[in-house]
Design a protein around this ligand. Structure first.
Ligand SMILES: Cc1cc2nc3c(=O)[nH]c(=O)nc-3n(C[C@H](O)[C@H](O)[C@H](O)COP(=O)(O)OP(=O)(O)OC[C@H]3O[C@@H](n4cnc5c(N)ncnc54)[C@H](O)[C@@H]3O)c2cc1C
Length: 471
């Protein structure tokens, strides 16, 4: 069977060689044609279609160690799949040995220490479900089907970021299989350089098999959900967003969305497919206080739908899942903002009105708060001047529509990036964004990351990622 080496050469992997790996695994091994191979290699973004030579569906750390050692022994290209949600498709590579971690979904909560240990194949919903049993939560993202691994290793933000910082700021330890196939536990006290690098520098330094997350009191009930208005009200709604967001207590996170109304049961059928503007809110503190804080949103103008209510936090975390299904085609452009200017809002409204697909949107996330208060080099995620992030999110179904949708996102971004801090979120970068954009995302952390890379992965075994080259 044809496979790729680390140097990009084609080699023939003999069946007995592959069988040698199979004998070492407790998990499954798939090759093209095997049942399970297609499911493992398929990614959230259907624009990306890559065919690994072999897929190892690992069941635990020992399987991961066996795979890394096997890849080293045969000089094989290696790729790692957590949740497979990376828009650039960095979980898969042609001809590689793919480590598919998606069966490693255990979560253990230590209530006394307020720590959750989560295996690296978990999706966000796995962690929310187990931590909410105790009225606790980790700082994670907005869509429950996203993988924790890629999200955490690239930074991570969601409804709780304003209170407690990036997801990576809330990790206390990681189990890591290093390039030489060893297992180490990295934290601020052990292998501190490796730990620092992994808290935002991506999977450049090893395969993380488990994360320890610091937990916080959240829920189980919060005030959260959406209020929507016709797009004709967008100017007023974005002005409301601007003012509320600037004064909002850290418990409140606000997201503005502009798109065509999806066929959601809470929106009147006659509005489906028509342009709308919506505010998504989560008040993660006391729900009584939350109801007062969100009242100006609910009473603004004449909404066409309102599901901003008391609800379980874990349910809020799934509210947008249906809008981002696996298997559509996606293309994003994104930048950080330090404030929202009225002129930015005008541009956002203009470009949202020109979407080429009913699934596309212009989204403005609020993230200001705790992350702005930490030292710039607290972790490589950096960007401690970021208070908002906007995402021009193209989403459509047919390959024939690729060009029109990509052009829409690029044009909108070109027009809006003048408002950027100059920084961008590494986890939102698409396949065609290269070194210049990695530099925009990681900034001055890159030099230190390259030194860490040189110590921990001098041969660049872990290269299917936003790659930091060894020196
Ligand atoms: C619908 C959707 C919603 C999103 N919402 C948010 C959000 O709210 N907040 C946010 O911060 N981000 C969000 N993101 C971005 C998200 O953080 C990235 O897409 C992230 O890469 C997803 O992680 P994953 O494990 O699913 O990625 P994968 O595609 O599996 O992997 C991404 C990268 O991480 C590496 N990797 C994966 N697992 C490991 C591991 N165990 N050890 C070492 N390296 C590993 C891979 O090699 C690859 O380079 C969203 C993405 C999508 C598609």
């Amino acid at each position: 069977m044809k496979a790729k080496t680390l140097d990009g050469l084609d080699i023939d992997l003999k069946p007995e060689t592959v069988n040698g790996l199979k004998m070492q695994l407790q998990g499954l091994l798939y090759m093209p044609g095997d049942a399970g191979y297609e499911e493992s290699r398929s990614l959230w973004n259907a624009m990306i279609d890559r065919k690994p030579a072999v897929v190892a569906r690992c069941l635990g750390t020992a399987d991961v160690m066996a795979c890394v050692r096997f890849a080293r022994e045969h000089n094989l290209l290696l790729c790692i799949k957590g949740g497979g949600h990376n828009i650039a498709g960095l979980a898969a590579a042609d001809g590689a040995l793919m480590l598919d971690l998606s069966l490693m979904r255990g979560v253990w909560v230590d209530r006394e220490r307020r720590i959750a240990h989560a295996q690296a194949g978990c999706i966000l919903g796995d962690v929310d479900r187990e931590t909410q049993v105790h009225g606790l939560a980790a700082v994670l993202g907005f869509i429950s089907t996203t993988g924790i691994a890629g999200l955490t290793l690239g930074g991570g933000f969601g409804y709780l970021t304003r209170r407690w910082g990036w997801t990576a700021d809330n990790v206390t330890g990681m189990d890591v299989v290093t390039a030489d196939g060893r297992l180490v536990h990295a934290s601020r006290d052990e292998y501190a350089d490796l730990f620092w690098g992994l808290c935002g520098g991506g999977g450049n330094f090893g395969v993380v098999t488990g994360f320890d997350y610091r937990l916080h009191d959240v829920g189980p009930e919060v005030v959260g959900g959406l209020v929507a208005w016709p797009a004709s009200e967008a100017a007023g709604v974005l002005e409301l967003y601007r003012t509320l967001a600037e004064q909002a207590p850290p418990e409140l996170t606000l997201v503005a969305l502009m798109r065509r109304a999806p066929p959601a049961p809470w929106l009147p059928p006659e509005r489906h497919g028509t342009p709308v503007v919506a505010l998504l809110a989560c008040y993660s503190g006391d729900p009584d206080e939350g109801e007062k804080v969100v009242a100006p949103i609910k009473s603004f103008g004449a909404p066409i739908g309102d599901v901003l209510v008391r609800r379980p936090y874990a349910q809020l975390q799934t509210l947008l899942d249906a809008t981002q299904p696996k298997g559509r085609r996606y293309y994003w452009k994104s930048e950080y903002l330090s404030s929202i200017e009225p002129a930015f809002c005008e541009k956002a409204i203009e470009h949202a009105a020109n979407v080429r697909s009913p699934h596309s949107s212009v989204i403005l996330f609020q993230m200001s708060g705790a992350l702005n208060q930490l030292d710039y080099d607290h972790s490589p995620v950096g960007n401690r001047d970021a208070r908002y992030v906007f995402n021009v999110a193209g989403s459509w179904e047919q390959p024939d529509d690729d060009q029109a949708n990509i052009e829409w996102a690029r044009n909108a971004w070109h027009d809006m990036k003048a408002f950027s801090t100059g920084g961008t979120y590494i986890n939102f970068l698409t396949e065609d964004e290269g070194q210049e954009r990695i530099e925009a995302a990681l900034g001055s952390a890159l030099q230190r990351l390259a030194e860490i890379k040189t110590r921990w992965d001098p041969q660049n075994v872990f290269r299917i990622n936003r790659n930091v080259k060894p020196i």
